[in-house]
Design a protein around this ligand. Structure first.
Ligand SMILES: O=P(O)(O)OC[C@H]1O[C@H](OP(=O)(O)OP(=O)(O)O)[C@H](O)[C@@H]1O
Ligand SMILES: Nc1ncnc2[nH]cnc12
Length: 174
């Protein structure tokens, strides 16, 4: 059901990319709630101090999930957006390059962190977030997504870093 509510836009933002658009899921009141419930249900036997979500689509999923899991919310933002002292990590995307920043005081050493984004493709974005959390001494063993694009290998990269990834649905191809 969740998969059926996600729209595919061919050749966006550049030729060859099949863009998996979650806005059609978010605008469906039952679909959005079902997605957050399913992600939350997956972690009933876990305890997290913080949900760390990635700008910008990750914020939508991460904020809702943080409330359901009873965790604090930490935004990982694109460069120049966070007002206090930050650490930074650059990465490559399916369609470009970018960087992520985290407030230095957003995570305390030993805190258990759940990484949240709407989608994992190459895993470049998620791995940058992992590096930032670990630099601050956070414990990051789980990452969760609505969509996984398995052909791009992101989940395997997470697994190699000792992180257990979970996604509600998969789309084959790019
Ligand atoms: O696994 P990867 O290859 O790193 O790609 C996944 C990332 O790409 C998208 O974000 P995007 O950078 O397009 O930003 P947005 O959320 O602001 O649209 C998506 O929301 C993930 O964060
Ligand atoms: N194919 C894709 N669809 C939507 N978001 C993405 N982020 C990276 N690749 C993507």
């Amino acid at each position: 059901m969740i998969e059926a509510l996600i729209r595919t836009i061919p050749d966006y933002p550049k030729p060859g990319v099949q863009f998996r658009d979650i806005t059609t899921l978010l605008q469906d009141r039952q679909g959005f709630a079902a997605a957050i419930d399913a992600l939350s249900l997956h972690y009933t036997s876990h305890a997290f101090d913080k949900v760390l979500a990635i700008e910008s689509r990750g914020f939508i999923v991460g904020a809702a999930l943080a409330i359901q899991l009873g965790a604090g919310f930490v935004p990982a933002r694109k460069p120049g957006k966070l007002p206090a002292a930050t650490i930074s990590q650059s990465y490559t995307l399916e369609y470009g390059m970018d960087a992520l920043e985290l407030h230095k005081d957003a995570i305390q050493p030993g805190e258990r962190v759940l990484l949240v984004d709407d989608l994992i493709a190459t895993g470049g974005t998620a791995m940058a977030a992992v590096a930032l959390v670990r630099q601050l001494g956070g414990l990051l063993a789980h990452a969760t997504f609505i969509v996984d694009l398995p052909d791009l290998g992101g989940m395997q990269r997470l697994q190699s870093a000792g992180i257990r990834g979970f996604a509600l649905c998969q789309f084959e191809g790019h």
